[in-house]
Design a protein around this ligand. Sequence first.
Ligand code: CA
Ligand code: CA
Ligand code: CA
Ligand code: CA
Length: 274
Amino acid sequence: MASKYLTVFVLLGTCGSVMAQSFNVDVGVASDAPKSTYAAAGQAGFWNNVSGAHITPFTPNPTPSDDMLLDVEGNATGVGFHQFGGMDLQSVGSSDATGTDDAKLLNDYLVTHSASLESCMYLNGLQNGLYEVITYAWFPNESKTTQLVRFDFVPGFKIIGGDWPGDHAEGATYSYDLINVTSGHIGWHVGIPAGGSTTIGAAFNGFQLHKVGPPADTDDDGDVDDKDYQQFNDCISGPEIAADKPGCLESDIDDDNDIDLADMAEFQRLFTGS
Ligand SMILES: [Ca+2]
Ligand SMILES: [Ca+2]
Ligand SMILES: [Ca+2]
Ligand SMILES: [Ca+2]
């Protein structure tokens, strides 16, 4: 255990500040992104607004048409996003989520109507490492409709959908996945599950991406400061209560699946300031 944290300290000392690699992306109509104070199921920060236009020819690699993303701090990055497959950009004026930033994220979305052509999303230019990916796949006003979410090179899939739970809920409004990036790239898909309606189709509303930092450095920017403490504080679960909220992996510093006073003591020991 001691050697693990010694390694972290050495890294902090030599790397200094590094660019955070976390992104919030609202797929939908222009100029309708949530405010940067909005966290959705993940972390607050700048929301990119992209149309998710179907790009041809098909390629999972960077294209000249990629939307270049700003990170959650609003800084330019070399990370590009494009989509192939879904072609029906829809929006609804009202749904159970109406009147909030939830609506700005969820009430506009990209739809595929083909059982054999998913909405395929590609990110390129990422730093390698472990990422939390939150994929919003919820159909406003179609609570019986579900979406299939799957990642390239990862076996299996998840089924997402249902009634509006009153707030974001895993399995209802989003899929939560941990993806290890080894070549700067993530490819993933939202499609119509077996037996689903091609008339209604499957909805993809947006996504959040968070690169998992070293212990206590919740925003992966090379320091452990007040900002990390805010996130740590939001993550506290109590002894032996599973810490399963997105954005909390770095806060379980002793790696025993809860976030409690033992983690707090470790956090204070790792604190560096900005
Ligand atoms: Ca929107
Ligand atoms: Ca949206
Ligand atoms: Ca930090
Ligand atoms: Ca813990």
